[in-house]
Design a protein around this ligand. Sequence first.
Ligand code: MV4
Length: 425
Amino acid sequence: MGIKTVAVYSTADRDSLHVTFADEAVCIGPPNSRDSYLNIPNIIAAAEITGVDAIHPGYGFLAENAEFARICSDQGIKFIGPSPEAMEAMGDKATAKATMRKAGVPVVPGSEGILKSLDSAKKIAAKIGYPVLLKATAGGGGKGMRMVYKEEEIESQWESAAQEAGAAFGNPDMYMEKFIEEPRHIEIQVIGDQYGNVSHLSERDCSIQRRHQKLVEESPSPVVSKKLRQKMGDAAVKAAKFVNYEGAGTIEFLLDKNGRFYFMEMNTRIQVEHPVTEEIFNYDLIKEQIIAAMGVKVSGKHYMPDNRHAMEVRINAEDPYNNFRPSPGKITNFHKPGGKGVRVDSHAYAGYVIPPNYDSMIGKLIVSAFTREECIAKMRRALDEFIIEGVKTTIPFHKKLMQDPTFVSGNFSTNFLETFDLGKG
Ligand code: MV4
């Protein structure tokens, strides 16, 4: 796009490729992310010194922080993403759910907003039926979430969940939902502009997760029909339009065994797994984020092609044979797979030292092909050619998964990895 770039980095990331490749780079503090990547004054100072027009927040740290977006705007810097108001509307999960119900988007039966008393919690649970889930309104991603199987457990589960949520988010408020058994995680990619137009780019299936960490994502979902795709796409567009959503975002749904879907939460950022959608639609989501931020219209319908399939696996520096324990350190050998329909997004290289301070994801391997079957075959080949030495990675896990008959069948739920046996290394 001809746009010059400024990278920011902590002292732990001096040797990361984004620093090498940006036109300019500014150090914003020490390894502890509180003092660097979450340090708003330092980031704004770096932006002012270098005279930037806009900030792309990426997909971690301050990407969903409304306060940061507001400060950017106050300083005359365009935050590449939604308005602070849209972020706030979706940031509090009970509020987001109430807003979506108002918008006419299907939501899981449960409490209307925050739980107020033990008595009313018991009444709601009796009405919707056990088991129920207690969820932290400030949560998301599973933290501060508890199952309740019978009335006697409500009080203690509420207490322990509220305790956890208070400590993690500074907000102990809880809401209640009926527990959806063996669901699939289906999310719809949306993109909006500054004029109220929103379009969607179909679904990603992210049902392969371990402890709320996604490991594999694919599109199209093996269980979403054309008709269901249209219904979920329409619901996602309705959801985003209702909050005047600008930029790239994702509406997460739970899909139950009967084909009913329910709004779960909205991610008001670009996501790790966005390349899956890019490969299916031949559409650069990051470029479109920037174009939307420039005030250009991004309208238009996107139809899922019926002869494309894309799949992403996350390459983490973790030992899958040791409870996925982080494995930071020096990469002594690094060889990426290539060829048609094979994409690797990574900041790592031979000689790079993975710092112990941050997320353990060191790369994403994305393959695309005509069918899911061909996609899996290509993924097996690409995983065989992906050589990373010096640290443990999730590559052996993915190799095993790509041979698993249940995974290959496409017929599984978010519970799948709970019983998946990796065997011995
Ligand atoms: C649920 C659910 C079943 N029923 N809500 C997990 C994290 C957070 N985003 C919400 N989560 C769930 N909410 C109801 N009413 C099951 C989960 C869930 C889950 C969802 C998607 C992907 C993986 C999951 C793993 C465990 C639990």
